[in-house]
Design a protein around this ligand. Structure first.
Ligand code: SF4
Length: 66
């Protein structure tokens, strides 16, 4: 799994940070999403949930074989 975030369409709602705080953060400067790191296998469900909860569709998931 590989996560991508698009800061151009993030609206700073913070759902991703609430759902997967080890993977996502919000910038203290502009409140927009910051991708901390790629999710580990055990975090895949949380990462997918964050993707679905994001109101602006700023998070995308690409499945790939590791
Ligand atoms: S949930 Fe979406 S809109 Fe909200 S901070 Fe995260 S990426 Fe941005």
């Amino acid at each position: 799994m590989r996560i991508n975030v698009d800061r151009d369409i993030c609206c700073g709602a913070g759902m991703c940070v609430l759902t997967a705080p080890d993977i996502f953060d919000q910038s203290e400067e502009d409140g927009l999403v910051v991708l901390l790191r790629q999710p580990e296998a055990a975090e895949a469900d949380a990462a997918r949930e964050a993707t679905q909860l994001c109101p602006s569709g700023a998070i995308s998931v690409a499945d790939e074989e590791d």
